[in-house]
Every structure is written in C-alpha cells, then in structure tokens.
Write a new protein. Sequence first.
Length: 307
Amino acid sequence: MDKVIVFGTGMRMKEYKERGCFDNYEIVAFCDNNPALTGTSIYDVEIIHPDRIDQIDYNHIIIASDKYYDEIKNQLVNNMGVAEEKIKGVETQTDKYAGELSYWKAVFNNNHQHFKNQHYKQMMLDIACETNDMFWKDKVVVDFGCGPCGSLAWTDTPSVKIGVDVLSSVYMDNFREELATHNMIYVTSSENCIPLPSNYVDFLLTINSLDHVDSLNSMSNELNRILKPGGVLLGSFNLNEPITECEPQTLTETILKETLLDQFDICSYRLAYKGEPDAFSAMRNKKYISEIENGKSAVLWLKAVKK
C-alpha cells in the first residue's frame, strides 16, 4: 500500500475522504499551508507544515484541492524540489451523485452532525427584494435543487413548503433525523421530471442548482410547467463557471434567456462578480455590474414573473 501525504485539509479533501478516495493508501501525514493547523490532527493523522515534507517517508503527495492544485504543485516542485512524478491529484470515478452526497456528508460531519440553514433566510429575502416573509403567506413555495440543509425551514408563512432534489430520498436515508426537523416536504425528482402538478407553484426558487443538472432544457421546461401563470421565479445562478464532475453545465446569460426565461417578465436582474471571502459578498454589498467582462465568473440574482 502506497504511503501518501495528502496536501490540503479543506472541505474538498473531506469530501474526497467521504467518497473513499484515500482508502487504498496509507496516509502518513496531512499537509497544509495554514500555519495554525500545524501540529493538529485530522482523522487521527497529524497535519504538518510543508517544510516538514522532506522528513516524512512517503511514496506520493496527493493534492486534495481542485482550486489551488496548480499553485500547490508549483510550490512543491519549484520551491521545495519535490519530484514531479511523486505528485498527483485525487483519482475519482465520474459520478455526479456520489460527488453530491459526499459533499453533504463532509458538510454534515464538519458541523458536528448538523446542517446549518440560517443563511437561507437573508439570501432568499434579498433575491426576492423583500424584508420579511409575508410576501408568500399562504402560498405554495418550492425550492428546486434544495439539498439536505432545510433551505425553507426558516419560514412559517407559506401554506406548503417543498424541497425538490434528485437526491432527496438518498438524503433521507443518510440524514433522516436531521431532515425530520425541517418542517418541509422533500420530493425526489428525476433529471427529466419534477413530480408536481402543472401550474401548481406560486413561488419557485432555484439557487445554484441549474448548473448541476444533466439536461438543462428538460429541467427548464419542468420548472416552467410547475409554476403557475403569475407565479414568481427567484433564482441565483453561477455564470461562466467551468464544468466539473458535479456541475455539468456552464451557464451564461444567453443560455438562461434561451432555455428558461423566455416565458417570464423580469422584475429584478442583478449581476456581480464572485467575491471574497465567499461567492456572494459582492452581491450582498450591492457591488453590481452592468455587464460581465471577458467571460469572468459572476453571480446573477433574478426575480421574474411567469407570463
């Protein structure tokens, strides 16, 4: 069994760990550039500073960060003299659903066997351009691509709260006690069909979910089908993002207008570049842009009414 140092201890590494991507290795150390982590442990293995790598007996270094892979590899090869053939990325089988589930397992375990959902309230109110949740009092509210966190647990005014996700039944199998506290209905959809009646939904949310679907046209048609005329679409979309294992779609303004929005009147259309420390900081701080330059990654918040 190869002895490996795993470089990177963030959520992406934890997601890979949940998927069993390191099961065929003996992890002799974790490594991280954050000095605050040096000397601590994760999964009962010590986290070392990079300057200790040459003191460890290992066969390979696995870089467990997609975002900083090239940067870390350059650090190891050019700054530390590590042989390039000793460096590799995480090997996974392409399975979008396994990736989604392992991500949420990592989040759940990182939060002490719990999902945080308080942030959904302000985000949804901001997208809707509202200050409280009375605007959808006694209405049917659906969150498409909801995940397992309880995205609608914060609001009590709708008559019906439904979370729709292709993995809802899987989430219930894995996080049953947690989901039972959310006071909302979880519905399992397929990639081609949402099992809800036509013209049924008053408010339809889709937050960072459409880039996760395999068939954008089919799901856009389904979203239009279940939303009643005069119903409101509230959306957050990551634009110009590269395709990944879990996000097989690269969304653009043009694609959204052609596939989803041709049957809507736009009430609010806000663009902002993805910010730091999180993707929505620029949007929350109202640092809007009128157009996206050179295909840069951006966020669109949208409020629209079905014709």
